[in-house]
Design a protein around this ligand. Structure first.
Ligand code: FMN
Length: 181
């Protein structure tokens, strides 16, 4: 509920814009890709990341089965694919997506060639919080486009990083960067 008492507004949207990622799960014929906003860094040493996945998602079943997943970073040019990944369910959506899967180095779950970065994760913990399962993954390998991340840091001039603002709305980052100090 918002401060004016509007029951329909979703409080979590107040935390947006949020970055949108693609979660790859499964392997072979059983590979699936879903869009996910609810992704967060948890620890630097060890390298831990968390993602909230509803048990309704096909991805949920595959993460449970394989104990692994990939977090892939899409560019704005991949919006159509992101939308398919975020609105259709199950591996058959990949036939309609324009992405190339390639082998990961340390896990069985493949990664997305067109993405700016791919983080290979092994599930080390999971817990149910309300209507989502929070999967904690250890990042066992990370590959990235050196042009998008010179010295490992994103450069918004070189790559069109995307974020999600409303249900159908996405935003890009301005080329202007502001120094904190
Ligand atoms: C931009 C965007 C972000 C999303 N973020 C999440 C998320 O963080 N967690 C989640 O469980 N579902 C999220 N969803 C919904 C799933 O991506 C969607 O239900 C998808 O169809 C699930 O695919 P699957 O059933 O093949 O796993 C998001 C959808 C969109 C469009």
């Amino acid at each position: 509920m918002d401060k004016d008492g509007d029951e329909k507004m979703s409080w979590y949207r107040l935390l947006y814009p949020m970055r949108t990622y693609l979660i790859v799960s499964g392997a072979g014929e059983e590979t699936d890709v879903m869009a996910a906003d609810w992704v967060t860094v948890l620890s630097m040493k060890p390298s831990l990341v968390g993602v909230a996945v509803s048990p309704k998602r096909y991805t949920h079943k595959l993460i449970k089965k394989y104990g692994e997943f990939v977090i892939a970073v899409p560019e704005m040019s991949m919006l159509r694919d992101v939308w398919i990944a975020g609105t259709e369910s199950g591996p058959s959506k990949l036939e309609r997506m324009n992405i190339s899967l390639e082998k990961s180095e340390k896990i069985k779950v493949p990664q997305i060639k067109e993405c700016l970065a791919n983080l290979e994760c092994k599930v080390v913990d999971s817990a149910q919080y309300g209507d989502h399962t929070f999967f904690v993954g250890e990042v066992v390998n990370a590959v990235y486009d050196k042009n998008a991340y010179p010295r490992g840091i994103p450069d918004v001039k070189n790559a069109d990083f995307m974020a999600h603002s409303g249900w159908t709305k996405f935003v890009r980052f301005r080329e202007e960067e502001i120094e904190a100090e």
